[in-house]
Design a protein around this ligand. Structure first.
Ligand code: ADP
Ligand code: MG
Length: 501
């Protein structure tokens, strides 16, 4: 059984494809969403999900949230006695979801499709894959979140050229993508966004309204201030969810033994949130422009992310597109459900037998080289694309390079991802050095082959015909941490994890 997992910044969810359709699996608390939060107790026990999220106000120093933002970096978080990489924290969330699925399905779960933001680069994708492996899962495939959301809404059952706009407002990020099927291929045609805009920002607005009405002052910087901020945020979150249901909602918190309560109205909230709403417009226009699609040509506008449950956001979307967005799925379930559809495709579930599904490389991959310009001058740092953006994956492309200096003994290739002509304006993924025999400039040739698989992972093969030498790299493998995955998996397995119930 392959499961589908939405590993979100704020919430994660796990789903399976069975009985002809995707289905979410509840966690031990009966919830379909598990907060992406990890906390370590004084006794050294690891707690994940709602319980960890709740400890944010009582034990801020022992609790980690939003670590997805750090994926692909080596920034460690100290919780209790241990330090954790972002992928370790993600692995703890994945392992928790995996245990929930095993309990619900009554069988071991060892394979998964995991979703990632469309803009995640190779490094971030690789870290996500490692997190899965650390959680004891074979990651069958990484799928772009908007692709998954579009699959959950049945894009693969439509014809070609039926663009979907996926409008995803989560806890802390806003992503707009244009997804389309072309020749049986589901592709993200364009994506734009604001990685500092989400439900949290709307919470801040409510928190300001609430604390101002209550004349509650923030304590000076320190542990008290952190605890206060967490309490206020939790109160604002409750208020905002209440406002999604009615015209007013209580804002209430208990601070240092005293209860403070007031009411926030929808009118107050919507007026104060206007500057945030204004920021939703630009990424929408940009994604349409980049995809060369008119708003009227959109086949469907799909709402994703819990924050699109806010009536204010729904109204804004309706106004922007002059039509009602699809509401047949809960916006915060769509990505996990779509991951399960992909898992079903992978497992060749009978119900999906007809569908062929591939993906495209979301960015150009290439190397930085030196070239002689028209005047014979050596120009360094020019980006030479090898696999172009939007190439159907898996893809394998070769490019031939030659030495540019007499008696040059090595060629250095910097592997980049991006669309800029100047290599340094792109994202550096890795550096590769290839020894070559010393000969006059231009006489030694080197063939560089890039192979990019369906999960967005890159392999580089270099051949030097003059010496018959062949070299192979898996780009950025091993970055992120010391030690083998096996050893790290064992270390994580030794952690005392709080039992499911
Ligand atoms: P992410 O993709 O960032 O992991 P989600 O899609 O689960 O997260 O979205 C989380 C956000 O959704 C939170 O900011 C939360 O406040 C918001 N949210 C969830 N339910 C509601 C609701 N009923 N009304 C308003 N906001 C909601
Ligand atoms: Mg999400």
């Amino acid at each position: 059984m392959i499961v589908g997992i939405d590993l979100g910044t704020t919430n994660s969810a796990i789903a399976v494809f069975r009985g002809g359709g995707p289905e979410l699996i509840p966690n031990a608390l009966g919830d379909l969403l598990t907060p992406s939060a990890v906390s370590v107790t004084d006794a050294g026990e690891v707690v994940v999900g709602r319980a960890a999220q709740d400890r944010r106000s009582t034990h801020p120093a022992q609790t980690a949230t939003a670590f997805k933002r750090l994926m692909g970096t080596t920034r460690e978080t100290q919780l209790g006695k241990r330090r954790y990489l972002p992928e370790d924290l993600s692995a703890l969330v994945l392992a928790s979801l995996r245990r929930d699925a095993e309990a619900a399905l009554g069988e071991p779960v060892t394979q998964a499709v995991i979703t990632v933001p469309a803009y995640f680069n190779d490094r971030q994708r690789r870290a996500t894959r490692r997190a899965g492996e650390l959680a004891g899962l074979t990651v069958e495939r990484l799928v772009n979140e908007p692709t998954a959301a579009a699959l959950a809404h049945g894009i693969h059952e439509r014809g070609d050229r039926e663009p979907f706009l996926v409008f995803d407002l989560g806890g802390g990020t806003f992503d707009v993508s244009i997804v389309e099927v072309f020749d049986g291929i589901v592709e993200v045609r364009a994506s734009a966004g604001d990685n500092r805009l989400g439900g949290e920002d709307f919470n801040e607005v409510v928190a300001r309204l609430g604390t101002e009405a209550l004349k509650l002052a923030t304590p000076p910087a320190g542990p008290r201030a952190i605890a206060f901020a967490a309490l206020v945020d939790a109160a604002a979150e409750r208020t905002r969810r209440g406002l999604s249901e009615g015209d007013a909602a209580p804002f209430r918190l208990i601070w240092e033994g005293a209860e403070h309560a007031t009411t926030v109205t929808t009118a107050q909230f919507e007026e104060a949130a206007a500057p945030l709403v204004a920021r939703l417009r630009d990424p929408v226009l940009r994604s349409l422009r980049d995809a060369g699609v008119q708003s009227a040509d959109l086949s469907e506008v799909v709402l994703v992310g819990g924050a699109t449950r806010m009536p204010l956001v729904r109204r804004t979307v309706t106004r922007m597109f002059g039509r009602f967005p699809g509401v047949d799925l809960h916006p915060d379930h769509a990505v996990a459900l779509g991951a399960a559809v992909q898992a079903g495709l992978k497992a060749r579930d009978a119900a999906l037998d007809e569908v062929r599904l591939t993906d495209v490389c979301p960015f150009t991959l290439g190397v930085a080289t030196s070239e002689r310009d028209a005047f014979g001058q050596l120009q360094a740092g020019i980006f030479a694309p090898i696999i172009e953006r939007n190439t159907v994956v898996p893809a394998s492309r070769e490019h031939r390079f030659q030495t540019v200096q007499d008696r040059q003994v090595r060629i250095r290739f910097e592997v980049y991802q991006g669309e800029a002509r100047r290599a340094s304006d792109n994202i550096l993924l890795d550096t590769i050095e290839v020894p070559v025999p010393p000969r006059p400039a231009g006489e030694v040739q080197v063939d560089v082959r890039f192979s990019y698989d369906a999960s967005g992972l890159l392999e580089v093969d270099v051949a030097v015909p003059a010496t018959d030498q062949r070299l192979r790299w898996v780009v950025s493998e091993g970055d992120g941490a010391e030690g083998s995955l096996d050893a790290r998996r064992a270390a994580l397995a030794r952690l005392k994890v709080h039992p499911r119930d």
